[in-house]
Design a protein around this ligand. Sequence first.
Ligand SMILES: N[C@@H](CCC(=O)N[C@@H](CS)C(=O)NCC(=O)O)C(=O)O
Length: 213
Amino acid sequence: MSLKIYGIVASRAVRPLWVAHELGLSYEHVPVHYQGGGTRTPEFLAINPNGHIPVIDDDGVIVWESMACALYLAQRFKAKDGSTLAGVTPAEQADVLRWTFWAVTECEKDALTVLMHQVAMPADQRKPELAQEAGRRLAVPLRVLEQHLASDGREHLAGSRFTVADICLASVLAWIKPVPALLAEHPRVAAWLDRCLNRPAQQQVRQLGRQAS
Ligand SMILES: N[C@@H](CCC(=O)N[C@@H](CS)C(=O)NCC(=O)O)C(=O)O
């Protein structure tokens, strides 16, 4: 069995990497950067014609799109103790897909705008008004998530255990964590995000990123 995960940790590749560490998978990390042309070589374009990371190669099964990579690994592999990050019943599977699609369609673009224009880009290139508008729009999905977590005092998004849906959404909302004001009115979201990001597998992945830099 050979599994390769392409993409540096400080990118959407964190999603499949996090799944791999939760499940204790053996894999080869190919830390292709999204800058510097590494995603535009003929070899890389042959595995992802979009020229983006991440990509995974599971014994010749190629998957690109970060959420699809995470969902694929969760469906394909179990942990050594037999536990799974995937939905098991149709209802759980629907829940996992629902929150994963929701992360992309309702949160990802605005969370990235906040990250770029409030935190990550050089100060002279930031447009604070873009970050503010994105933050205002994010209040709507954050309220939805707060209500979801309040129902039955639930600790996880789908079913009653940690699943790949938590990984997919937490990897998006981690982008707004450096802006505490956005989470201040959503204490359950903030606590859920902390629980996810404090998991040993997440910390292992962050450590991998630090080692590589
Ligand atoms: N929707 C894609 C987006 C992938 C994406 O944009 N990845 C960035 C890094 S996080 C990238 O590879 N950028 C390089 C480029 O577009 O040239 C996914 O979720 O995989």
